[in-house]
Design a protein around this ligand. Structure first.
Ligand SMILES: C[S@@+](CC[C@H](N)C(=O)[O-])C[C@H]1O[C@@H](n2cnc3c(N)ncnc32)[C@H](O)[C@@H]1O
Length: 265
């Protein structure tokens, strides 16, 4: 199997896995998640979306966040994508029944493959990008992060809310939560925050992190620097990315197996 075929298999596995996971859950997803996906509304407020801004949600699921943004700022241009056709069915049903949501554009896409040009037919990158409780379940999180940055304009904000280390909460609660999340393939990624910190140290952008609920989750805002060059390469080159994924997978394993020296913040 060559690199392209191998990548095709990985893509199909992720799509099938997400569709299997959400086929039935999508019917009660929004109702249940409001009790444990904390910080989403605070993040939307902090984004402070302006008229005519072009905003993307990576892995938008049922598009609950985009619907809220549309009500907060009716004159923004809103886009979202997700790996799961099942989640998007719920999103499309909402859009079809509510005229004020009709301008939202949704696509089935993988975070690793996003391109503002080919996915959405746009001529320029997004002003702001949002990713809510998704990087903790995307195995290729680093590629998803890099690809999002490539699709963000210089000076634009990448806003993330996701599970943190629950360090300030009781240990028994933390242990239960970690076990429960792992059943959905979700886990806190200290290496992601280290990676963003490295980018910040290299001058690629500025990072601001806030805790939600005693480090239950975090809100991160990464503002891409005006001169960030490494992430301007446009449409993703499949072959080189496959090569870098292979070496990333190895280095991720090293991080996971070692005792991480740097708990977040
Ligand atoms: C926990 S849900 C969060 C949905 C939404 N962002 C929210 O806040 O309600 C995670 C979403 O990530 C999507 N997802 C997982 N891996 C993905 C990938 N590689 N590319 C795009 N979406 C992905 C899933 O299909 C799912 O809809």
């Amino acid at each position: 199997m060559n690199d392209y075929e191998a990548y095709g298999v990985i893509v199909m596995q992720q799509v099938e896995k997400m569709d299997r996971m959400y086929r039935y859950q999508r019917h009660f997803y929004d109702f249940t998640r409001k009790y444990y996906l904390f910080g989403r509304d605070r993040l939307l407020q902090e984004m402070d979306v302006q008229e005519n801004e072009c905003v993307l949600e990576v892995a938008c699921g049922t598009a609950r966040n985009l619907f809220k943004l549309a009500r907060m700022q009716p004159h923004a241009q809103l886009f979202g994508f997700d790996a799961s056709n099942e989640m998007l069915k719920t999103a499309h049903a909402q859009i079809a029944s509510k005229p004020e949501l009709r301008h939202i554009q949704l696509k089935r896409e993988l975070a690793e493959n996003l391109s503002y040009a080919t996915t959405f037919g746009l001529s320029k990158p997004f002003d702001k990008i949002l990713c809510s409780y998704a990087l903790s379940m995307i195995p290729e999180w680093r590629r998803a992060f890099d690809v999002a940055l490539r699709n963000l304009k210089p000076g634009g904000g990448f806003y993330i809310v996701d599970f943190w280390d629950q360090r300030d909460l009781p240990a028994a609660f933390r242990a239960l939560l970690v076990r429960w999340l792992s059943m959905f393939g979700v886990r806190f990624r200290p290496e992601l925050m280290d990676y963003i910190r490295t980018l910040t140290a290299e001058g690629q952008g500025e990072l601001k992190i806030e805790s939600v609920g005693w480090r239950y989750s975090y809100i991160a805002r990464f503002t891409k620097s005006i001169g960030a060059k490494a992430y301007e390469s446009g449409v993703w080159s499949l072959k080189s990315e496959i090569r870098s994924t292979k070496s990333e997978t190895n280095s991720n394993l090293e991080i996971q197996n070692s005792k991480h020296p740097n708990p977040l913040v």
